[in-house]
Design a protein around this ligand. Structure first.
Ligand code: ADP
Ligand code: MG
Ligand code: MG
Length: 213
């Protein structure tokens, strides 16, 4: 099945949309502590658009890379906000690396996530420790690369890296925001994890359940 990976991508985006929908209010409340409170609604809007675009591309016989690129474009067009622009960049970079291969290996996925991290860093200028989603994306990319180097399957590497992502999201609790909308209210956010880091870990976890099937 030449669309095998594309079908996994669509199912993972649907699972991510459902996971974010369940946590939408929680994410909004996290963002309201030092930001503007729109993170839950923005992520939900972006993922809804991403799923629609992914399904249309899959129906038009597209492979995984094309599906991801279409989903990323729709996400950044429709979500608005900083996280929408960054997630568009993440999906487009992942899509460029996967191309339309039917069965990408762990090394290819790791290269795609590393490219996504590079692009997010170039666009948003956040460093690890600045209390943003980079604090999840950076260790996640490193863990995937380590898994690929050990010749793990995509599923095994992703599961291992998803654990790291969960821990990294929770660890942002102790950080002071140094960039983005939360910076002027930095001290208020100590003790609360970064909303973009939490939503990224949720998406990685939702995708893990699909990748392991
Ligand atoms: P906005 O801040 O425009 O309202 P969201 O509320 O949707 O956008 O997203 C906020 C999240 O975006 C933050 O929690 C943080 O994880 C992430 N973020 C903000 N600025 C940056 C940046 N420069 N680089 C990386 N991530 C960022
Ligand atoms: Mg916000
Ligand atoms: Mg906003």
């Amino acid at each position: 099945d030449s669309q095998a990976a594309a079908k996994v991508v669509l199912a993972a985006l649907e699972a991510a949309r459902d996971a974010i929908e369940l946590q939408q209010e929680v994410l909004g409340r996290l963002d309201a502590i030092a930001g503007d409170g729109d993170h839950g609604i923005g992520m939900q809007r972006g993922l809804t658009a991403a799923v629609e675009a992914a399904r249309a591309a899959l129906d038009a016989q597209a492979g995984a890379g094309t599906v991801l690129t279409a989903a990323g474009d729709a996400w950044s067009d429709r979500a608005g906000g900083t996280s929408g622009a960054l997630w568009g960049v993440i999906l487009r970079n992942l899509g460029n690396a996967l191309r339309d291969e039917a069965k990408p290996d762990a090394a290819t996925v790791a290269i795609g996530v590393a490219a996504a991290l590079d692009a997010v860093s170039n666009l948003g200028k956040a460093q690890p420790g600045d209390k943003t989603l980079v604090d999840v994306l950076h260790p996640f990319a490193q863990a995937l690369a380590a898994g690929a180097a050990q010749n793990l399957t995509v599923a095994a590497a992703w599961t291992m890296a998803a654990h790291i992502a969960d821990e990294a999201a929770q660890a942002t609790r102790n950080l002071m925001p140094r960039i983005g909308r939360a910076r002027p209210h930095a001290e208020k956010s100590i003790g609360t994890p970064d909303p973009g880091a939490v939503s990224m870990a949720l998406i990685i976890r939702a995708a893990d359940k699909i990748v392991r099937k």
